[in-house]
Design a protein around this ligand. Structure first.
Ligand code: SAM
Length: 191
């Protein structure tokens, strides 16, 4: 996840720059996803509240694993209503109406989470000022890896990725520059 800093009335462009630099290094920008916040923390009120962050998914060509998260289609089992198009006579006509709406579909790439208390049930995690919601981490880990895979988090913070990796039968390696954060993360995982 990446977001911009705002300085002298301008966003830094860090997000876009990061994506393009990874592309120049030979990675594919496999997906540009949005981490949308149900309850964005209010900032300085000089612009609309910052309600999202980018989540760039980089890969070397085709992703090795994709276990898409799915949701139930609201109208499953009903006849497809199709797409409406103007015909030559100027009337609206439905096309692609054959078949039934299927039971489930792959979810879209805007993912919504609440921030704050509901991010984790581990009190110790909140000693860190910027934790990821556990659900967000779980959704990514399940999407892009299989059981037994190795997950690397180069900015471990409170250890959310480690915790969720273990819960979902993945191994992990974590880097964290702050000794205090490392100790707290180890306590969190140890629990
Ligand atoms: C946004 S936090 C990560 C939060 C984490 N995802 C969680 O859920 O707790 C970024 C972390 O990266 C650490 N960090 C910053 N630069 C680093 C570096 N060069 N090497 C390792 N860790 C670093 C910071 O100390 C901070 O804890």
């Amino acid at each position: 996840m990446v977001n911009d800093q705002t300085k002298n009335y301008s966003e830094s462009g860090t997000s876009f720059r990061q994506a393009l630099e990874f592309k120049e290094l030979g990675f594919s920008i496999y997906d540009t996803m949005i981490y949308a916040k149900n309850n964005p923390p209010p900032l300085n009120h000089t612009r609309y509240e910052q309600g999202f962050e980018y989540m760039f998914v980089f890969s070397k060509g085709k992703v090795r694993v994709f276990n898409p998260l799915k949701e139930v289609c609201k109208h499953h089992g009903r006849n497809r209503t199709g797409t409406r198009r103007l015909d030559k006579e100027g009337s609206l006509k439905s096309i692609n109406t054959k078949g039934f709406v299927k039971e489930e579909k792959i979810i879209d790439n805007i993912w919504w989470y609440s921030v704050g208390k509901s991010e984790s049930t581990d009190k110790i995690a909140f000693q860190h000022e910027a934790i990821f919601p556990e659900k967000l981490v779980r959704d990514h880990i399940l999407s892009w890896s299989n059981e037994g895979d190795l997950i690397l988090d180069i900015f471990m913070g409170s250890g959310t990725v480690a915790k969720v990796s273990l819960e979902n039968k993945r191994n992990f390696i974590g880097f964290e520059v702050s000794k205090e954060n490392c100790e707290n993360a180890n306590k969190r995982i140890g629990k």
